[in-house]
Ligand binder design. Structure first.
Ligand code: ADP
Ligand code: MG
Length: 243
């Protein structure tokens, strides 16, 4: 039953009332692949993450994860199956400490509380938040919150990690360290990832291939170099201040 593709999207469309946020998206993501998801604001990138994570039910199409049709499964079931994400707008439990936030993720994934206390520290260390482990999440900077989100996502021991603008709002000097942490997850641990990241230089360190969305349509896909060189992509996107 081990499908070479960890994730398959077949003809996914999402409509919000009269708005078509995604239109006929199909994608096969190999195990250990790292895919960049590109496109201007409103292209449908976060909506696609919501579909993969189970937060939005597609109007049409099927989602297959790890050899199983999960289209009807809720976010909790997707998480148990191995899908984890970080949010464009971080959503920590702000009154809990950094350690407690990670413990919530660990216990939700089935770990006993006593064990989770120690295990949480490993994830906190990995993302570089050791000095903040007993601080309330409310006192973290944007960059530290993004690191906490990453720790919480990793604590569910995912097969697939979805990263939504993980460098967004992070102070510039902190970004290379964060990017390096994520790069190692893929390059050294082989974690399968889909990454929304506007900065091409960082994206190049994280992904091999890319998919470009525009107004819910899958416009171009291929190697990152191919996508970045495509005339349509350059027209829509690369004139953008981001790049
Ligand atoms: N829950 C929702 N209800 C209504 N419209 C939505 C919802 N989520 C996203 N949209 C709309 O869908 C389109 C795609 O949004 P989004 O996926 O957030 O784009 P991106 O992440 O690429 O910027 C936008 O026009 C957005 O306003
Ligand atoms: Mg978005």
């Amino acid at each position: 039953m081990t499908d070479a593709n960890l994730l398959r999207l077949k003809d996914i469309s999402v409509r919000f009332g009269g708005l078509t946020a995604l239109n006929g998206i199909s994608l096969d993501l190999r195990r250990n692949a790292s895919l960049g998801l590109l496109g201007p604001n409103g292209a449908g990138k976060t909506t696609l993450f919501n579909v993969i994570a189970g937060a939005v039910r597609p109007s049409t199409g099927r989602v297959t994860f790890d050899g199983r049709d999960v289209t009807g499964d809720a976010t909790s079931a997707r998480s148990r199956a191995g899908v984890a994400r970080t949010f464009q707008i971080t959503q920590p439990f702000i009154s809990l400490t950094v350690r407690e936030n990670v413990m919530v993720a660990l216990t939700a994934a089935g770990m006993a509380m006593r064990q989770a206390h120690g295990a949480a520290a490993e994830y906190v260390d990995f993302v570089g938040l050791r000095a903040k482990i007993d601080d309330a999440a409310s006192g973290l900077s944007t960059g530290q919150r993004k690191r906490l989100e990453l720790a919480r996502a990793l604590a569910t021991r995912p097969k697939l990690l979805l990263l939504d603008e993980v460098t967004g709002g992070v102070d510039r000097p902190s970004i290379p360290g964060l990017v390096e942490t994520i790069r190692a997850l893929h390059a050294e641990r082989g974690l399968t990832m889909v990454v929304v990241e506007h900065h091409m230089d960082f994206l190049g360190a994280l992904v091999d291939e890319a998919l470009f969305l525009d107004q819910g349509e899958q416009l171009v896909s291929g190697s990152l170099a191919q996508v970045a060189a495509d005339a349509r992509v350059r027209d829509i996107y690369l004139g953008d201040a981001h790049v």
